[in-house]
Structures are given as C-alpha cells and as structure tokens.
Design a protein around this ligand. Structure first.
Ligand SMILES: CC(C)(COP(=O)(O)OP(=O)(O)OC[C@H]1O[C@@H](n2cnc3c(N)ncnc32)[C@H](O)[C@@H]1OP(=O)(O)O)[C@@H](O)C(=O)NCCC(=O)NCCS
Length: 168
C-alpha cells in the first residue's frame, strides 16, 4: 500500500532535490543542469525566490505488518509567486520546476504536485500560471495540456505555456 504526501520543502531537502532532479532529467539533458553543484545552486535560488512555493512529494510505503517506510523527495514542484512576466506585463505564478523520479512516475505524483501549484497560485492571488517547456519534451507538454495549459510564444528551444485561473 502506498500513500503520497505533499509538503513544503525546506533547506534539508537540498540533497534529495539534487538526486531526484538528476534522475528525472535523464534523456532530457539539453533542458536541464547536469552537475550536482549547479542543481544545488538552483535549489538555493528557488528557495530564495519563494520558499513557500516549493513542495516535495513523499511516498509512504506499508511494509510487512503495520510499519510504514518513507521515501522523502520522490518529486518536487517549485512555484514563484513573485515572478514578473514580461509577456503578461504583470506578476504571475511561475512554475520554475516540476519533476518526478522515473521510478515513481505514472501514479499521480506529478498531478498532485501540479494541483498544489494551482492552489498556491490561487492562494497568492495570481491569476496566471506560467512555465517554459523544452520544445521536444512531449510528455511534459501532454501533462500540462491535461491541466489546461496552452502554448504561447517560442524562445529558442523553449515554449511558454500558461493557464489562467479565477482568483476572485
Ligand atoms: C511530467 C512529469 C512531472 C509527470 O509526472 P508523473 O508523476 O508521471 O505524472 P502523473 O502520474 O500524475 O501522470 C499525469 C499525466 O502525465 C502523463 N504521463 C505520465 N506518465 C507518462 C508516461 N510514462 N508516458 C507518457 N505520458 C505520461 C499522462 O498524460 C498522465 O495522464 P493520465 O493520468 O491521463 O495517464 C514527469 O514525467 C517528469 O518528471 N518528467 C521529467 C521532468 C520534466 O520534464 N519536467 C517538466 C519540465 S518543463
């Protein structure tokens, strides 16, 4: 039996973030940092931008008997409610990052993280969620479309996608 818990990330998640990130972006290296050091700095930057918008997914696994074991950091989402979008001409909730460890994909963790990002944007009264996705990252694009994101501008190999929210 499995349970998935979404919680706010903190500075102690740095190592988990780095390891999960590097596994998650295998095969998508052209859209990602490749060194541990860069990913660690990136995590610090995300936390500095908007720590309350960074979430981790933890997996609780029921082992024999009544014991639960916990795997912290099976996926992460990093939102930034202080982001000024020059495309929208206002502050938006930017999803800088979302990824799930390949071992734990396809069971709804990404969707839970995305729902958390949407709730966070509403809570912070940002009516636009924005992100950039690699032009050949078809799985992620399909995932975003499922959540109602639509494609906008292209900048190099990146495509901007947005979802509007009712925050009234
Ligand atoms: C995109 C990502 C976060 C989805 O996470 P996930 O935990 O697998 O997502 P879920 O289990 O909630 O699945 C949601 C949807 O994702 C898509 N999806 C999930 N696994 C998939 C797979 N193996 N192949 C194709 N699509 C898949 C499906 O559209 C699925 O919809 P469904 O529930 O109708 O089948 C994950 O694939 C990932 O980490 N990708 C690598 C990092 C990345 O590209 N991040 C985005 C950068 S812009």
């Amino acid at each position: 039996m499995l349970k998935i818990k979404i919680r706010n990330a903190d500075s102690e998640d740095a190592e988990r973030f780095v390891n999960c990130y590097l596994r998650a972006y295998r095969g998508l290296e052209s859209y990602a940092f490749s060194s541990k050091r860069d990913v660690k700095s990136y995590f610090r930057w995300l936390m500095k931008r908007d720590a309350k918008g960074v979430y981790s997914a933890d997996v609780m696994i029921k082992t024999q008997g009544f014991d639960w074991s916990e795997l912290r950091g099976a996926g992460f989402v990093a939102c930034d409610s202080n982001w000024f979008s020059k495309y929208e001409g206002k502050e938006v909730c930017e999803i800088h990052e979302i990824f799930v460890d390949p071992e734990w994909r396809g069971i709804g963790i990404g969707s839970m993280l995305m729902r958390e990002a949407i709730s966070y944007s509403v809570k912070m009264r940002r009516d636009v969620l924005e992100l950039w996705v690699g032009e050949r990252n078809y799985r992620a694009m399909k995932f975003y479309r499922k959540f109602g994101f639509s494609s906008r501008e292209k900048n190099g190999c990146w495509i901007r996608m947005v979802k509007t929210l009712n925050v009234k």
